[in-house]
Design a protein around this ligand. Structure first.
Ligand code: SAM
Length: 268
């Protein structure tokens, strides 16, 4: 049985991110087949309100790809900001330490549920595509709020339930493949505003328009099978899904809607 609630099972998440391979595979699919060529990471990065001497903390950094745009931008590097990237997975922290060695960005092992800093420390906190992995979302958000300065901003990106998720569930329904319908994803574009407003005085949502146009359906299946939320998807369904997605192609392409965006929250 496929279980989307597995998305915030800590052991499953740690297993999935014990090294960076799964994440690389999934990012690869989006890079190759996304219609919007700006790219979600670049779109987000360009909206961060960087300024000189700012103190910045990123939580759940994964492969730290956001910071490629920082290294491409000489003006930003001249700002002499104090930047810390972090993750709770040893594998990701090793990867970040290796790739950011000798660069002016600190790497720490941090669980968002217990941020090892004093209060009112950061001007900008970023937590992208990671809050939906956290079960105790109120504890996570209260930790972020605690270490954010009074006039600081919290940026968090996530997905919505009307994109790839709904498309996949429709396929599973039509094929009679069992999954847990009571999807209880802890942080999405649909419930994020309400959750953030419990902790932050100001919250805004920004959407990123995009879709996937896939010609090689095998790449999509590899993506599906790599997701923590679908742990339990039996390989016996591989050919059934393959044939189904082939049959859904129009003019040689499988069209999959995407729903991604971010929230920006301030304390007051
Ligand atoms: C989907 S990846 C996103 C990586 C990156 N933020 C991005 O947008 O590309 C989720 C990351 O969150 C990390 N993570 C999950 N739960 C966490 C927690 N409680 N505290 C810190 N990091 C966590 C995982 O180890 C993984 O690297």
């Amino acid at each position: 049985m496929i279980d989307i609630n597995n998305m915030s099972d800590k052991t499953a998440i740690k297993e999935q991110y014990k090294n960076s391979d799964n994440l690389k595979l999934r990012k690869g699919l989006h890079e190759k087949y996304s219609v919007n060529k700006v790219g979600f990471q670049k779109w987000m990065f360009e909206q961060y309100p960087f300024r000189a001497k700012m103190k910045v903390l990123e939580l759940g950094s994964g492969r730290g790809e956001l910071w490629n745009y920082y290294f491409e931008n000489e003006m930003l590097q001249g700002y002499e900001m104090d930047i810390t990237v972090s993750d709770f997975s040893d594998g990701m922290v090793d990867y970040l330490q290796h790739t950011l060695q000798g660069k002016r960005i600190s790497v720490r092992k941090i669980d968002i549920l217990n941020i090892p800093f004093e209060g009112d420390m950061f001007d900008l906190i970023i937590a992208n595509s990671m809050l939906y992995h956290v079960k105790d979302i109120d504890l996570a958000l209260s930790e972020v709020k605690r270490v954010l300065k009074k006039d600081g901003l919290f940026y968090c990106a996530t997905f919505g339930m009307n994109g790839t998720t709904r498309h996949l569930f429709k396929a599973l329904d039509e094929l009679g493949i069992p999954y847990n319908h009571e999807a209880n994803v802890s942080f999405t574009l649909q419930n994020g505003m309400q959750l953030l407003k419990k902790h932050f005085g100001r919250v805004k949502r920004y959407d990123y328009e995009d879709a996937l146009l896939i010609d090689k359906v095998e790449d999509y299946l590899e993506y599906i099978y790599s997701m923590a939320s679908l742990k339990g998807l039996d390989w016996k369904y591989y050919d059934i899904l393959l044939n189904y997605f082939h049959s859904q192609k129009v003019n040689g392409y499988l069209h999959i809607p995407k729903e991604y965006g971010m929230f920006v929250a301030g304390k007051e």
